[in-house]
Ligand binder design. Structure first.
Ligand code: MG
Length: 396
């Protein structure tokens, strides 16, 4: 393959470091042009020494000044803050932007890259959840290809290659079911934060691990899939698959199911996005079919995981609802991680926020445009913020 130039947004996070792991394995295939991180300044400095980017961005001016003292050669540009991040995403000429920032903080930089027509390896879920319609429309306009990094969406992307969209019967997202898939509902009142943080299959950040325990993660993935694959929510199913080996499937109208399988290792979907249409001979542990034994597929227990239904409701409401739900969920999960609320309160608070949104829309009073239609990234961020504030009021 020809050498690809990369921008990595969120380079010190889990997606960023996994991406750099792959680059380290295949130095002749990739050229790291730009790196950004929020606050891990020491780690960013190490990455600069190893990968020699042309430009880096960090959250604060203070950290940028510290970096400038460490790297005095003038072949490195150091920028900071939200504006610096957008400058880095839009102005660094690359072949692929890895959008690995977690949360709504990743929206503007992802959009900036799409606006410039760069291909994007999208790990930032919020880009699709908050503003999927806008991002996809912009990508179609500029010719940017969005490669999903999330294991489920990456599996669907792989299962769609070579097939026609009109032949899709259903998209089936697999869910590990999180740490509480076998916990009876009656015991949910005893769940502790440590239990929730103990995911059986994947090593992930705290926020996504909690989302996995509530299955909100799968709900947000339904919204993501809806936009990424231009498919109505009614054609997206979720099935619990405890082994996390089948990463998702596409059912076609003729009864064929095409799936992507592999060990739960994020480097596999990341490598796919980095090398597409080629494949990289990754030096990772390989799946041994005969050692897998049985694979299980079970229906979702909707009573245990009300967050999943809330996400579907938000997707069906459309407009600002997914963004509002996302903002509210971030606030609620943060409160949960601080042990200010119990696990069982998470869904209740989110339901109240969505109810508030519906009442606002029905009464039409305090006519707030962004609660009705999302027309810009700023609208999406405002709706997310509204959801966050509404949840904060309920938590306090
Ligand atoms: Mg996932």
């Amino acid at each position: 393959m020809t050498k690809k130039r990369l921008t990595i947004l969120g380079s010190t996070g889990s997606i960023g470091t996994s991406t750099l792991d792959i680059v380290r394995q295949f130095p002749h295939h990739f050229d790291v042009c730009a790196l950004s991180c929020h606050s891990q300044v020491q780690q960013l400095a190490e990455q600069i020494r190893e990968f020699h980017p042309k430009i880096v961005c960090i959250g604060t001016q203070e950290h940028a000044d510290w970096l400038k003292k460490q790297f005095t050669a003038n072949d490195l540009t150091i920028v900071c803050g939200d504006e610096g991040l957008i400058q880095l995403a839009a102005e660094t000429k690359v072949d692929l932007v890895v959008a690995g920032i977690v949360g709504s903080a990743g929206l503007c930089s992802t959009y900036a890259a799409i606006e410039r027509g760069y291909d994007v390896a999208l790990a930032n879920k919020e880009s699709m959840v908050l503003s999927g319609e806008l991002m996809i429309a912009k990508a179609q306009e500029t010719g940017s290809t969005i490669f999903p990094v999330d294991s489920e969406h990456n599996a669907i992307f792989q299962s769609l290659v070579g097939h026609q969209h009109s032949d899709i019967e259903k998209i089936i997202l697999t869910a590990s079911g999180g740490p509480f898939r076998d916990t009876p509902l009656a015991n949910f009142s005893e769940i502790t934060l440590q239990d929730a943080l103990n995911h059986p299959n994947w090593e992930m950040g705290n926020k996504i691990t909690i989302d996995s325990a509530t299955m909100m993660n799968k709900g947000l993935e339904i919204i993501e899939a809806r936009w990424l694959f231009d498919i109505p929510v009614s054609q997206i199913d979720v099935v619990v698959h405890r082994e996390s080996i089948v990463h998702s499937l596409v059912e076609y109208t003729d009864g064929s199911f095409i799936a992507q399988l592999g060990l739960p290792d994020m480097r596999i979907p990341i490598a796919f996005c980095l090398a597409y249409p080629d494949r990289l001979p990754l030096q990772n542990e390989k799946m041994k079919m005969t050692e897998l034994g049985k694979l299980h597929f079970e229906p979702v227990d909707w009573k245990k995981f009300p967050c999943l239904q809330l996400a579907i409701s938000a997707a069906n409401l459309g407009g600002a609802a997914p963004a509002v739900l996302n903002g509210a969920n971030e606030a609620v999960v943060a409160a949960y991680l601080e042990e200010r609320i119990h696990f069982l309160e998470i869904a209740g608070i989110l339901e109240k926020v969505l109810d508030q949104l519906c009442r606002f829309q029905e009464t039409g009073k305090n006519n707030i445009p962004f609660l009705h239609h999302i027309e810009t990234i700023d609208d999406a961020l405002k709706a997310d913020h509204w959801g966050r504030s509404a949840a904060h009021s309920l938590i306090n």
